[in-house]
Design a protein around this ligand. Sequence first.
Ligand code: HEM
Length: 490
Amino acid sequence: AFFYPNTQASLLEHILVDTHGAHSSGFADAITPCTNYVSGNQSMGRTTAAQWIRVAFHDFVTADVASGTGGLDASIGFETLREENSGSAFNDSFTFFRPYVNPVISTADILALSVVMSVGNCGGAQIPFRAGRIDATGGGAFGVPAPETDIPTTLGFFSGAGFNQVDSIGLTACGHTLGSVHHGGFPTVVGPEAVSSDNLAGGIHFDTTVANFDPLVVHEYLNGTGQRGGPLVTSFNVSSRSDLRLYESDNNLTMIALGEQGTGFLNTCVGLLQRMIETVPKSIVLSDVVTPMEVKPINASLDFDSKGNLFFSGYIRILTPTPSSPPSAPAFLTIASTTPIPLTPEPAQGQSIFGTTAFYPFATKVIDAGSFAHFSVTGHGSHITFPVQTSAFVVPSLTSVSSTSTTILNFTVATRSRVAPTVKVQVPVGQQGTLGPAIKTFDNVAVNNTGRKAGYELWAGSVDVGALATGALSVAILDGEGKEVDVGFF
Ligand code: HEM
């Protein structure tokens, strides 16, 4: 299949942009509405959007930027039994993230993306998202501040992760605009009186708008109104007032400055939270920013029909930035230099904070694979050309996955060359100690020639994973240098 601009960016862009309606990835359902709690009863008093941000904070803050270790690496998944990681947020989040993790999307990337989406979909500004984080294979350092941690220790933890005092106060205020402190998990901060039939975990909000990423927490703290900064300011237990101690550690100068920013606070949070999610081990090079694509080919793949003809099919997604004006003009698909094919959108559209998406299905016979090196989409004021390669491809209709006691993959790849291809299969599977999957790799999978179709040799193979796949697996055809020629996700 063909992915634009590349496999990883294409799959992550799908989660970021296809949030509601047609072809949604389902990821944003967890935080829709932003008061939602996806991991249990709505009367728990918990909110998923807030949990995701807290999980990322706990993963990040134990980074040691001087030595280039830790940060956003999903090591938090191995650290859930530590006292400093009290609460259900960590396992709740990783359980929800699990099916989205695959050979090109790490748990750490999903965790970073979850912050971007909680903030961006719940009233905050858009945090630029880069991909490429690699998951840790075990727990990392200790060092998450707790409600009773003293100021030098707290600032020491933040400073190890590269955040000075002003940054730390800002980042904490940004984080504490969403969510609550719960009696269940933090009884020394919030007393049992917070528990009620519609607030079973006994959550007390940080500000009056628990599910809005807004500057209110700063103003309520400064003005002594509403939640007055929340339980970590007002706790009955003086030693649990960590936010009060932190905010007062520079005589409230930073909080006053944040208050004076008005809605500019949201941009301050973008800067701080982007730095937080981009704190990664030094060996990692993050990708370019994953941006919403206005014209995006989706599931664009070569395949054979029942008569053995070569077909090219998929969808063109057109994103119109203004949610109120869905695309109406016609669009055309041109393959190589043949006649343009008119495209008709499906009736169902998608909606997101980036605009409205319309999906134009296509399926067209490829007469001469040898001259098919690109296709183009014309319409909506643009003409965009996308490259393709046809030397080899994973055949979707001849590939299947079954999961009973173990996951079994049966695949077919097609090559124009008569030489048996090199095939690599990667599968996300469960691992000990964390709910974040590990990736199991099968190199050089044996293939057998099963005949010819439309000028291609067919090669079949199979893999018994020996475990259950937790998400999509990948089948890749590699060239002589080990470079990926084509990949399919199943
Ligand atoms: C001195 C620093 C900090 C301390 C001591 C602290 C402590 C806490 C505690 C005790 C809770 C309650 C958790 C629960 O009951 O489920 C909490 C919630 C939360 N924290 Fe912090 N925090 C700090 C900084 C931060 C930072 C920097 C962020 C993010 C940038 C953050 C994000 C959150 C969020 C979003 C929640 C709400 C979670 C929910 O509603 O489930 N915190 N924090």
